[in-house]
Design a protein around this ligand. Structure first.
Ligand code: ATP
Length: 614
């Protein structure tokens, strides 16, 4: 993710330049965008006013000692007035201390506001993302979503905490310094104002050279990280080993590593040159002031004192920093606006699946399911389900079979509204799912998907996710029904055994059975089971089968089945082909009909011998 997010390239000076990508994607700054940003700041207007007041005070006080140096020289040293000199020195010290103290207060208030604004934004974003549909998560890269949640929002915090305040404090410092210089001598003040930006420009040029090297080395670094992430992960490393790619990967890594070293050396040398340039140019400014000020005093007997020139030089020194930062304003501004634009883009993505305003929560729960001429496609131009109709009565079960890709998983995903139909209606308990309360619907539909997801934690934590109030007795019962209880008891720590990252410590079959137990704890009115297509060993398969078959008989259930015994346990079989229900009926009738089911039966369903002879 090179150069993504607000972070940009390393180093403060580098933030002063836009990347090619940033130049291409300049955000459009509209009134609406500014208004939305303002909406986030508005609740904190009092604190922001406080920040502004503190910035003004601390910038002013930080310049006072420079202004006082003139009086120290003229009135104290040259005027031979020791008490005045001491008084001015004490004043300078006190003012410096005060300015620093105010600075501390300002930083606190500033970071308080920035943190609170991002706190609001982060919570709002998380809520919004949670409400996004399955379509959003399948279409968007997980990395992008996380970047938006983390780096982009951190970027906003930086913008509020640093960019805005640095523009303010630099602007104020500059204005105060200019006014103070003008009051001493207009000519020297004008000279100073011309000198500073003039000498800041070469510094920028030098910075740019170093910046492009930094970017190159950062890209190289990203590539190296990419290789490390890919090849040193569990599955990546397995792939490398199995395809014997160790040497190839090593030489890829070594090449990049070598490139990185060369870039780093060039970068550090460019750095030396860079600082040499800054040092030289920064010293030319004061020398010019001494020269012109000296000529004015010596040749023209101008109304100017040594102290005045010293003040001017001191103030000039204080102007370089602010001018440099202000030269970067445009870049900072564009970056900040791009950041906000990216975040708002996410906020603007419509929440596809939401509760109807008058959502219904039925008093009695029924697991009855009806599909009424349902049409659906993930993308508008490609229809996956083409008029699917069927109904499942309370207490009955349906097995859905069909070739891979025919739309079986799609059908069931419409029941808990992971997606909404394009046309037709899906009813649960006799009511269109879009009119039902989403919480009610999803609480009453239990779905065990092909890919079981377990959180990194203990078996108990994973089970309780479905129902935090489940009693130990209920847990044991659910696990018994899911045929996983004995396995859990064999573990050293029983229910408190860790499942590992994503359940990696468990076999596919064990994970499936735990997820069946998890869904049973939810005690749903409708149980949907998407049988894994991947082959499990026969013992695991038998264990799952023993868990499912009785469940199917006692609950309203839909099964996407690949094994004959599950199919036979169901009251009705639907054969899906190409997004349509091609055949329906009971096993023997379908076999006798000699259609697609017969074909599937002969080619796909894995039949243990005794079963086929039943
Ligand atoms: P299998 O038995 O292999 O699981 P299936 O019958 O369950 O297959 P579905 O998963 O419903 O099939 O997929 C039906 C079609 O929809 C496939 O062509 C698939 O490529 C497509 N599809 C599935 N999920 C998505 C998605 N999130 N976005 C776009 N297309 C999808």
């Amino acid at each position: 993710m090179a150069g993504h997010g607000a972070g940009g390239p390393r180093g403060g000076y580098a933030r002063g330049f836009l990347t090619e990508e940033e130049k291409r994607n300049r955000p459009r700054v509209t009134k609406e965008l500014l208004g939305r940003i303002f909406d986030y700041l508005a609740p904190y207007w009092k604190q922001l006013l406080g920040v502004l007041a503190l910035i003004i005070l601390s910038s002013y006080f930080s310049l006072l000692p420079s202004i006082l140096t003139g009086r120290m020289i003229d009135e104290g040293i040259l005027g031979r007035d020791l008490s005045m000199l001491i008084w001015l020195i004490v004043m300078s010290l006190a003012v410096t201390l005060l300015s620093n103290l105010i600075g501390v207060g300002q930083s606190y208030l500033n970071s308080w506001v920035a943190q609170h604004i991002t706190f609001d934004m982060r919570n709002q974003m998380y809520r919004h993302l949670q409400a996004m549909s399955q379509r959003f998560f399948t279409n968007n890269n997980q990395g992008d979503i996380i970047t938006r949640m983390t780096s982009d929002i951190d970027g906003v915090q930086r913008v509020v905490a640093n960019t805005f305040t640095s523009i303010l404090s630099n602007g104020i410092t500059l204005i105060v310094a200019m006014i103070a210089m003008c009051r001493k001598n207009i000519l020297l003040a004008v000279l100073g104002m011309v000198i500073v930006p003039l000498f800041s420009l070469p510094t920028r040029k030098a910075g740019k050279t170093r910046w492009s090297l930094t970017r190159e080395s950062q890209e190289c670094n990203d590539q190296i990280n990419g290789i490390l992430n890919e090849t040193l992960s569990v599955s990546g490393q397995m792939l490398v080993k199995l395809f014997v790619k160790e040497d190839e990967e090593y030489s890829r890594y070594e090449k990049l590593n070598e490139k990185m070293i060369r870039l780093n050396i060039r970068e550090s040398m460019a750095g030396r040159w860079f600082f040499a340039v800054i040092g030289t140019f920064a010293s030319i400014g004061p020398l010019l002031l001494y020269l012109v000020g000296g000529i004015l005093i010596i040749r023209y007997h101008a109304d100017l004192t040594v102290g005045d020139i010293t003040v001017m030089v001191a103030l000039l020194g204080r102007m370089y920093g602010p001018v440099n930062s202000l030269l970067n304003i445009q870049v900072e501004w564009i970056r900040s606006m791009a950041l906000f634009t990216r975040i708002f883009e996410y906020f603007d993505m419509p929440v596809e699946i939401k509760n109807a305003p008058d959502a219904i929560v039925p008093k009695t729960v029924s697991g009855k399911v009806e599909f009424d001429h349902v049409c659906f496609g993930y993308e508008p131009e490609r229809q996956i389900l083409k008029g699917v109709s069927f109904s499942l009565e309370e207490g009955k079960s349906i097995a859905i079979v069909g070739p891979s890709g025919s739309g079986k998983s799609t059908i069931i995903s419409l029941i808990p509204r992971l997606y909404d139909v394009d046309d037709g209606e899906v009813r649960f308990g006799g009511i269109d799912v879009r009119r039902l309360d989403l919480g009610y619907l999803r609480r009453n539909v239990g779905l065990v998907t092909q890919e079981t997801y377990l959180f990194n934690g203990t078996i108990r934590e994973n089970l309780l996710y479905a129902n935090p109030d489940a009693t130990p007795g209920q847990m044991v019962e659910a696990c018994r029904k899911a045929n996983i209880y004995d396995f859990i008891m064999q573990q050293e720590k029983g229910f408190d055994s860790l499942v590992g990252n994503r359940g990696l410590k468990l076999s596919g079959g064990e994970k499936q059975r735990i997820s069946i137990a998890r869904v049973l704890l939810k005690d749903p009115a409708l149980l949907i089971f998407d049988e894994a297509t991947s082959a499990l060993d026969s013992i695991s398969e038998q264990a799952i089968q023993d868990a499912i078959d009785p469940l199917v008989r006692e609950r309203t259930s839909i099964l996407i089945a690949h094994r004959l015994s599950t199919i036979m346990a169901a009251d009705e079989i639907l054969v899906v082909k190409d997004g349509q229900i091609a055949e329906r009926g009971r096993h023997q009738d379908l076999v006798d009909a000699g259609g697609i089911y017969t074909e599937l039966y002969e080619t796909q369903f894995r039949l243990p011998k005794e079963e086929s002879q039943q």
